[in-house]
Design a binder for this molecule. Sequence first.
Ligand code: BGC
Length: 250
Amino acid sequence: MEILGLDIGGTGIKGAIVNTETGSLITDRQRIPTPEGSAPKDMADAISKIIDFFGYRGAIGCGFPAVIQHGIARTAANISDQWTGMNVNKFLTDLSGSPAFTLNDADAAGIAEMKFGAGREYQQGVVILLTIGTGIGSAIFSDGVLLPNTEFGHLQIRGKDAEQRASDAVRQLKEMSWRKWALALDEFLLILEGLFSPDLFVIGGGVSKKWGKVAPFLTIQTNIVPAQSLNQAGIIGAALYAQDQVNRSG
Ligand code: BGC
């Protein structure tokens, strides 16, 4: 089936139509910068532009940068507070006239990587995927099953959220060297390794393209690889999620 996948982030709103059987994009990816302040009414315009660009009618899957419980946003760490408590499924359905299914953005990326990417061979055991961008998102799978909304980016490290120490936004803001940033990431990974004994870490987000500059500084014992679908995993996973929801309701 072909489903529109959206990936809403703190800096960009991205979308493409996805073939959910192969996990490939069947259109180019469209991207619009997230409007300043990311208030729902401004985001509505940007999201509509993407949907209208594709002239799309049909189920929509959407990855959103917050805890999403049954379609409702429960947090708003890197987006406007006005989203907290909003039913994002209803918001998108009202906007598009199509049924919409929302999940956490990192959970979406994780679903794509487990099915078609770096986690494919790890259907047994524990996999942790981290998306490193404006914030740090997380997804954890045990024997291929997702435990949603884990929010490891807000684990406390020496009195600060992990994402305030090791996000890509912090790396750029503080002009950190790759070595310095890798050591901050390593500190975070060591905590996760101690808590969950994963079989694999998968790292998504822009830094996955610079993995060669990061990997040499890591001291963890666990296998760690960059995400394979790079900046498309969120879109693909959102579409897979929508497909699954449609199947369940049908
Ligand atoms: C949010 C998460 C999100 C992550 C990546 C964090 O600040 O709390 O829900 O997955 O950023 O966008």
